[in-house]
Design a protein around this ligand. Sequence first.
Ligand SMILES: NC(=O)C1=CN([C@@H]2O[C@H](COP(=O)(O)OP(=O)(O)OC[C@H]3O[C@@H](n4cnc5c(N)ncnc54)[C@H](O)[C@@H]3O)[C@@H](O)[C@H]2O)C=CC1
Ligand SMILES: O=C([O-])C1=[NH+]CCC1
Length: 320
Amino acid sequence: MLYIDESTVKDILKWEKTFTAVETAMQRVSEGRIVQKPRTMTFIPNTANVMGTMPGYLDDKEFGALGCKLVTSFPNNAKLENPLPSVNANIMILDEKTGIMKAVIAGTEITTQRTSAASAVATKYLYVNHSKQCGVLAILGTGVQGRIHAEMFRHLFGFPEVRLWNRSKEKAKRLAEELNKKYNTNAFRYCEDNETCIKGADVIVTATNSPDPIVQRSWIKPGAHINAVGANRHHFNELDREVYRNADLFVDSIETSQAEMAGLNLDDNLKGEVGAVINGTLPVSPRERITIFNGIGMAVEDCAVARAVYDLYNQVKYKM
Ligand SMILES: NC(=O)C1=CN([C@@H]2O[C@H](COP(=O)(O)OP(=O)(O)OC[C@H]3O[C@@H](n4cnc5c(N)ncnc54)[C@H](O)[C@@H]3O)[C@@H](O)[C@H]2O)C=CC1
Ligand SMILES: O=C([O-])C1=[NH+]CCC1
């Protein structure tokens, strides 16, 4: 059985490839060329820990795959003496004709990249493509997702200022220093509080486990775009309800969002799927309207990126 480990995935998977795979998966969702149900969640009693199973099928020449991700979210892993990622995953991909397993692929880096890529796809189609300004990016939460969003968004969209806020301030400060050094810049700035981080920002990313709102409506600039990524079991808790009431909401999949975001009154502001915007079947919002992308993460994104990794691995292997 072929196992492609994390360090190999990190070596061969480039952000641009992940972006294209996720963009394709989002389009196929809105074309009905996928099969994907809400994930099953095994909540481990008396803890914040959860294990999810995410099976999916994606019909596409380049990124099509039949697969299943097993993912755990153990939010306290980051606080261990030897910290570990909070989110860990493996992805199985199966032969579509025989159902036989082709490979198990380490899925932690894939999950990291594909989540940020989904936000980037949404940002491209809901914001960047409408000639809106990419001046200030605000990142709330500087864990694994905060870091990848900061790096990937600056790389793809060239934000000259990336603000970083975290509940424990030292962590945000350290990340700003580290990224400034890595990219030989002073673009990454640490913020003392979430309000300062958000005010005047063009694009906002929330990537925390906060059960309470960390974004207030009055702090957001007209026409800004928000990618709400975090909050673990409660995908919509990072934004105050007033934010949802005064914005256009876009999701990755209506079907899975209806299950996992059931506590939010989606009917009020839900415009539809990002895939439909990409395909031109859903209009974009007026310029001054705030937009939210609430991506809860899709199995078919994992299938698409896993297929890309499998093909890249085989190309590299056969060349040797
Ligand atoms: N939508 C999706 O597809 C995905 C969503 N996620 C979610 O994104 C979030 C971040 O994931 P990672 O960066 O991997 O986790 P992480 O553990 O690396 O970072 C979590 C961050 O949240 C902050 N935080 C925790 N509790 C908080 C609170 N009460 N208020 C403010 N900040 C708080 C921590 O300081 C930490 O910096 C999690 O909720 C995770 O479940 C992760 C992967 C995929
Ligand atoms: O879609 C995903 O893989 C996850 N969503 C929340 C934690 C992991």
